[in-house]
Design a protein. Structure first.
Length: 244
């Protein structure tokens, strides 16, 4: 079993240094200090989803204005706002941007309304109409522990996803997750070979001006993480409905 990055408070810092280098950490600190000034200079930009247009989110938390969260956060929040009913979020992301009115499952992060259990074995006392997750599944078995009974992160991701459809969703409930392309090769394979059996998959690519536009599967495949632009250059949104 390998040691996960989320075992202690310094884990995320270690992950960032290993992934991007120390200079990235320094730039991030500087960006956070000057975030209000930087954000005030940005021109508003939008993206399209299901024939509707939404604004990108420019927020100082986690330098959201310059990474994929500027798209993922409003994209997933639009699903919640669309009369979803009981909602469970996997990974504590949205609470950093909006007041919580739904439940959150996060194995490590402690906060109000956050359930600290492992998705792999989580069986809630109630079932949900919508389960959402922002850039969390690519870390399963890749940045956290990979137990000896799994050959690779793909197997652990699949088992975790299956637990949602089996034990967490109501009948006709939906699960929607985003993931960056090019970060975890196993996650990429599951996305492009539809190993998670999504009913719908959407792709978005980033350009040099920081804008995000819809992309085809062919345009998305082969995208790299942190190249040519910092952070994710392409993300996928997969949606699946529980029919039984």
């Amino acid at each position: 079993m390998k040691k996960g990055y989320y075992k202690d408070a310094l884990g995320p810092i270690k992950w960032h240094i290993e992934r991007f280098g120390l200079l990235h950490i320094i730039n991030g600190v500087i960006s956070k200090i000057f975030a209000p000034v930087i954000i005030s200079t940005l021109k508003p930009s939008t993206f399209s989803f299901r024939k509707k247009t939404y604004p990108l989110l420019y927020h100082r938390y986690n330098t959201t204005w310059k990474n994929e969260r500027c798209l993922e956060v409003p994209l997933v929040k639009s699903l919640i706002d669309n009369g979803a009913g009981d909602v469970l979020e996997i990974g504590n992301v949205l609470s950093h941007y909006y007041p919580l009115s739904w439940d959150v499952l996060d194995k490590f992060e402690k906060a109000e309304r956050v359930i600290n259990e492992d998705l792999l074995s989580f069986v809630p006392s109630k079932k949900y109409e919508l389960v959402v997750s922002i850039s969390t599944f690519e870390h399963i078995g890749f940045d956290d522990d990979l137990e000896s009974n799994f050959k690779n992160s793909a197997e652990k991701i699949q088992r975790s996803f299956e637990n949602i459809t089996k034990n967490i969703l109501k009948k006709n409930g939906k699960v929607a997750i985003t993931a960056p392309i090019g970060y975890n090769p196993d996650m990429d394979s599951l996305i492009f070979k539809n190993g998670l059996k999504f009913d719908e998959i959407y792709f978005y690519k980033k350009d040099g001006d920081g804008k995000w536009g819809s992309a085809s599967k062919d345009e998305a495949e082969g995208s790299k993480y942190n190249y040519p632009h910092p952070y994710a250059n392409c993300i996928a949104l997969g949606i699946k409905e529980k029919s039984d």
